[in-house]
Structure formats: structure tokens, C-alpha cells
Design a protein around this ligand. Structure first.
Ligand code: FAD
Length: 453
């Protein structure tokens, strides 16, 4: 056995799931190789959560500066210098890359900056043509943005391209109504662009509470965002000066836009991975099929993260990978991720957070009679002081006689930070009485969760 080419575990993909799996397996004493041709950290660190949250923080700061002026601060109103801000964003991300490199070195993981391609169930060929042998293989190749198959689609960008922007476009079209469209649209609008959303369906943020999504839309409209629903995109055409127009299925033309971005979903990265050589099965939508143990159809090959059909979130990829490695190398045969009650946040302005069932899901599962909804609609103090119209809406979904809390939905300032603690409580199976018995922290937005009547 050649220790240069023979490993306990070969990890393909150095994003959230792959890195977490590699680190945890190495900590348990496994000899690990990691293949990643691009920057370490994958989507989240390079073109997802991290640069997105940086832009959200810039946009949030811009909104607070506007509120501060309303409250009597004398401020010179100047737009964000994007190039300067991008220097800070890039420096922050470079710090994450450096810390990953250091940890890889310290853990004794063999990191190869190249692609991996399966030759059979135990053999991976790296981009240099070298063959590696692994007792086990972890597929963690994530996903990539999907571009709709319409003529002229190449005139539009995807979320990866958003993070290449060095200056704010003045008129922007975003195609899609999911969380990426809402987040990127919100950032651009708050930083001074004129944004129009083109949504195929009839509402934003399918899968989130409908009332909260409607309130967010109303709030965004007050900030100048335009949203078109039931829009069937047929074509993109050049309109001179680098501008682009959209044509819908009825031949209706939009006004010209400086930039168009698609936020029309993501597809798993499985092309040219050689999965067929090892017999790894895909599901009908092209995701790697895994069971609740992250095992694929081949006994020694596992998969985590966005390449599988689970919730496409960084902490999900990380948690699934760590539990898998605890099971395979850490002597915990029952270790696996429980996918129930995973909290998630949309970094809109203001943010939306959800954990558990929506009102619609609870009614469908338990019947109308068993479901009780509590709401709190209020103006957060800063907005009340500044006489800004922004409102928060919190909703609690309870079921049964004992009013077990099965869902919590927050729209409003601080929702992103408030939700985590309540997610723990909801996983522990609390009832509304537990919330009622908890003394409030005053004056905060969070207290509304325990005060809902
Ligand atoms: P990835 O992080 O995508 O990593 C996969 C890696 O595999 C990549 O680095 C790729 O280069 C590599 N790879 C691909 N093919 C090969 C191959 N053949 N050989 C070797 N390597 C290969 N999630 C959140 O939790 N919170 C957020 O706020 C959030 N915001 C997001 C915003 C945007 C705009 C986007 C696009 C995503 C966001 N996500 C967010 C989702 C999150 O980024 C993903 O769920 C997460 O990155 C998935 O991790 P992963 O390890 O499965 O894949």
C-alpha cells in the first residue's frame, strides 16, 4: 500500500460539507485526502453566505444612516464606495481561506488543488491524472446556479456574477422570487439601485409563511422595489449601450436594464464526476441519492450538502458531514443528522426567519381545528422613533390541546439573531405555556415572542 496514494477517506469538494467532513474524519485519526480545484470554502465562503452577508451588512448600514438622519444626526449623505467596501469583504474572505489552509496543514489532510473523477468505487483520478485509492469516498461537490434555457440567457448573470460587481448598476432586473432573488434585490435597492423582480409564481418566498412574505413585499415596495408576478420570461435581447430588455411569453418588452441577474434555482454539480463508473445513483432531479445516513447506493461512497436533495444550507452540509464522520470513524454508530426543525433566515430588509412548520403546513398536517395561530404586529422602537413605516410581524404556530409550538416565523429587525435560541426550545418540544411562563426582556423585539396572546 502506497501511503502517498492510499487513503481511508477521499473527499471530493472543499466547500462547507467537504471541509467539515475532512476535518472531523482526520480528528478521529483517519488518513484523508481532499480535492478542491477552486478556492477553499466553496459556495458559502466565496459566492454565497459570506459575501452575501457582507453586502447585507453594508445595505443595513445604509438604511441605518438614513434613519439616523431622520433622528437628528447631522450626516453628509454619500453613497457607499463599492470598491472600498469590496476591499474589506475580500480581506475578510482571505482570512477564512488562510485559516482553512492552516487547519488542513495542522490536521495532516492531503489537499490537492484539482478536480476529482471516479474511476470505480474506490479509485479517484485527480486533475493531474494521478490515481488515488480510498477505502471510503465522500462526494461534496455542491451545486451551481441554473440559467433558464431562453434565447439570450447569456446576456444575464447569475448570483456568482453579482459578487463580481465593482460598481452598483443603476437599473437591475432580478428573475426569480426565491430567497436569493429577494436577498440580492434587497441589497441593491438599499444601496441605491432601482430594482425590479420578475417572478413566475404569484408570491415571493414560497415555503415561507405567506403573510410574512406579503408584508415583506409591501415594505420593499415602500422602499421603491417593483415586483411583477405571473411573469413568463421568454427572451433577453440587447438594447444598446450594454443594456438588456426582457420579453415575456406575450411578447411584452420591459424597459432596458443595466444588469439582469437570474436567481432561478441551483443544480447539483455531478457532471464529469464519473459517478456512473462507480454505480452511484441519482434521483429524478439529478441529486445524488442518499438515505438518512448519507449513504449512497454504493456501500463505501457517501454524499453530503447541496449535491444531495436536503435543505441547501451551509450548517446542514456541515452537520451532516460531521455526524457521518462520527459514525464512520468516531465510534458513534447511531450518529446521523436529524433534519427536523432546521431554522433558516432570509437576509431581506428586514430579515425573515423560520423554524418548524408554516401555518399552511400545520393546517394541512393536523387539520384547521387543531391549529392555533398567535401573531404580534408592531413597530420596532428605532423605527417608531424615526417615524419610519417599517413593521415587524411575528407568528407562532401551535397545535393540539396543550398548544405545542410547531412553528415560529419572524419578520422584522433582529429576526436573524432572535431565532436561534427559540429554535433550540422548539426542538425541545415546548408549549405556548412555556413561552408565557418566561419573563420578557424589555424593551426588545424578542420579548414579543413570549408575550404573544
Ligand atoms: P459547496 O460549498 O458548493 O462546495 C462544493 C465544492 O466542490 C466547490 O468548492 C467546488 O469547487 C467543488 N467541486 C465541484 N466539483 C468538483 C470535483 N469534480 N472535484 C473536486 N471538487 C469539486 N446557506 C446558508 O446556510 N446561509 C446563507 O445565508 C446562504 N446564502 C447563500 C447565498 C447564495 C447567493 C448562495 C448561492 C448560497 C447560499 N447558501 C446559504 C447556501 C450554501 O452556500 C450552500 O448550502 C453550501 O455552500 C453547500 O455546501 P456544499 O459543501 O454542499 O457545497
Amino acid at each position: 500500500m502506497n501511503p502517498q496514494t492510499h487513503f481511508d477517506l477521499i473527499v471530493i469538494g472543499g466547500g462547507s460539507g467537504g471541509l467539515a467532513g475532512a476535518f472531523r474524519a482526520a480528528a478521529h485519526g483517519a488518513r484523508v485526502a481532499l480535492l478542491e480545484p477552486a478556492e477553499l470554502g466553496g459556495t458559502c465562503v466565496n459566492v454565497g453566505c459570506v459575501p452575501k452577508k457582507a453586502m447585507w451588512l453594508a445595505a443595513d448600514t445604509a438604511q441605518r444612516i438614513a434613519l439616523a438622519a431622520q433622528l437628528g444626526f447631522e450626516l453628509e449623505s454619500r453613497p457607499l464606495d463599492w470598491r472600498e467596501f469590496i476591499v474589506h469583504r475580500t480581506r475578510y474572505i482571505a482570512g477564512i481561506h488562510a485559516s482553512y489552509r492552516k487547519r488542513l496543514d495542522e490536521s495532516g489532510i492531503v489537499w490537492m488543488p484539482c478536480r476529482g473523477h471516479l474511476i470505480d468505487a474506490h479509485t479517484v483520478e485527480n486533475g493531474d491524472g494521478a490515481r488515488l485509492r480510498g477505502e471510503r469516498i465522500l462526494i461534496a461537490t455542491g451545486g451551481r446556479p441554473r440559467r433558464p434555457p431562453v434565447p439570450g440567457a447569456e446576456l444575464g448573470g447569475v448570483s456568482d456574477d453579482f459578487f463580481q460587481l465593482c460598481d452598483p448598476p443603476s437599473r437591475v432586473a432580478l428573475i426569480g422570487g426565491g430567497y436569493i432573488a429577494v436577498e440580492l434585490g434587497g441589497v441593491l435597492q438599499a444601496l441605491g439601485s432601482q430594482v425590479e423582480l420578475f417572478v413566475r409564481g404569484q408570491r415571493l418566498l414560497e415555503g415561507f409563511d405567506h403573510e410574512l412574505a406579503a408584508d415583506l413585499l409591501e415594505d420593499s415596495r415602500q422602499h421603491g422595489l417593483h415586483a411583477h408576478f405571473g411573469h413568463a420570461l421568454a427572451e433577453l435581447q440587447p438594447a444598446g449601450d450594454g443594456k438588456v430588455v426582457l420579453l415575456d411569453a406575450h411578447g411584452e418588452r420591459s424597459e432596458p436594464f443595466d444588469r439582469v441577474f437570474f436567481a432561478t434555482g441551483r443544480v447539483p454539480s455531478t457532471a464529469s464526476l464519473g459517478l456512473e463508473n462507480a454505480g452511484v445513483a441519482l434521483d429524478a432531479r439529478g441529486f445524488v441519492r442518499v438515505d438518512e445516513w448519507q449513504d449512497t447506493s454504493v456501500a463505501n461512497i457517501h454524499a453530503v450538502g447541496d449535491v444531495t436533495a436536503g435543505p441547501a444550507l451551509t450548517p446542514v452540509a456541515i452537520a451532516a458531514a460531521r455526524r457521518l464522520m462520527d459514525r464512520l470513524y468516531g465510534g458513534k454508530p447511531e450518529s446521523r443528522l436529524d433534519f427536523r426543525d432546521i431554522a433558516t433566515v432570509v437576509f431581506s430588509h428586514p430579515p425573515i426567519g423560520k423554524v418548524g412548520l408554516t401555518e399552511q403546513e400545520a393546517r394541512a398536517s393536523f387539520g384547521d381545528a387543531a391549529v392555533r395561530i398567535y401573531r404580534a404586529r408592531f413597530r420596532p422602537m428605532l423605527h417608531a422613533l424615526a417615524d419610519s413605516p417599517q413593521r415587524s410581524l411575528f407568528k407562532l404556530v401551535c397545535v393540539g390541546e396543550e398548544e405545542k409550538v410547531v412553528g415560529l416565523h419572524l419578520l422584522g429587525e433582529g429576526a436573524d439573531e432572535i431565532l436561534q435560541g427559540f429554535a433550540v426550545a422548539i426542538r425541545r418540544g415546548i408549549t405556548r405555556r412555556d413561552l408565557e411562563d418566561t419573563v420578557a426582556i424589555h424593551p426588545t423585539s424578542a420579548e414579543e415572542v413570549v408575550l404573544m396572546r
